[in-house]
Design a protein around this ligand. Structure first.
Ligand SMILES: C[S@@+](CC[C@H](N)C(=O)[O-])C[C@H]1O[C@@H](n2cnc3c(N)ncnc32)[C@H](O)[C@@H]1O
Length: 225
């Protein structure tokens, strides 16, 4: 893909800083979406986080099996990265039927439906989090084992308290021996608490390496003891 073919696609993306422009251009160039991607909404992952996760997918020596919590434009970027990597699959859970459908339509439009599955999981009271809302746990029965990349970006925070906490307890038994976990919105106090709690709870089973945080997300590498 040449710069002149990339430029018309870039005009659809809200890019605010030179750094974002560089990141977006790089992502666009190698992910090569055949159609312009929708504008990221304020709900979406940042360019920095998208680029970091897509780079992990592309650079991984093992095919990526990813669990994403909260679907959207990010799911399509990850599926494009899987396509560029040549192998792997994204499992993304979404509690709103209209957003699940919107993401599936975007995947189809970009020609990457085979690389991502959007699971519709309605929210209900969860025993894992004092009755706070969480995705229907039956949805995860269909998930594969050996998940080696996790991105937690849902449900939206205003629906409950510490609402994203159950993500790791839900899939802990399905994690690969080496796994990367990324939590979005760790600039917020609530997500910082969840992050700390996950680290404490996983440390018996995994050696944990915390990466320097990005602007709005944090990553930890887990290596089974
Ligand atoms: C933070 S968003 C997930 C965004 C997705 N990971 C991304 O980066 O594109 C969390 C949830 O918000 C909801 N959501 C997504 N887009 C939305 C929008 N434009 N307005 C309101 N809610 C939205 C969906 O239910 C989604 O699962």
């Amino acid at each position: 893909m040449t710069i002149s073919s990339v430029l018309p696609l870039l005009k659809h993306l809200p890019i605010r800083t030179p750094s974002e422009r560089r990141i977006a251009r790089r992502l666009q160039a190698w992910a090569a979406p055949p159609h312009p991607m929708p504008r990221p909404t304020p709900w979406a992952a940042s360019w920095e986080t998208l680029h970091s996760l897509c780079s992990r997918i592309r650079a991984s020596t093992n095919p990526i099996t990813m669990a994403e919590f909260g679907s959207g434009v990010s799911t399509a970027w990850f599926a494009l990265a899987v396509r560029a990597a040549g192998a792997g699959h994204i499992h993304s859970i979404e509690h709103q039927a209209r957003f699940a459908e919107r993401t599936r339509t975007l995947l189809a439009r970009q020609g990457v439906s085979e690389h991502a599955t959007v699971h519709l999981g309605h929210l209900g009271a969860s025993d894992l989090n004092d009755g706070q809302p969480w995705y229907d746990p039956r949805c995860f029965d269909a998930y594969p084992t050996a998940i080696n990349l996790v991105f937690v970006d849902g449900p939206v925070a205003h629906l409950g308290s510490n609402i994203r906490y159950p993500a790791l307890p839900t899939i802990a038994s399905r994690l690969a021996d080496r796994c990367t976990v990324v939590l979005d919105d760790t600039h917020r106090a609530e997500e910082q608490g969840i992050w700390q709690r996950w680290g404490d709870e996983l440390s018996d089973e995994f050696v944990i390496t915390i990466e320097p945080p990005l602007s709005r997300s944090s990553a930890m590498l887990l290596q089974r003891r």
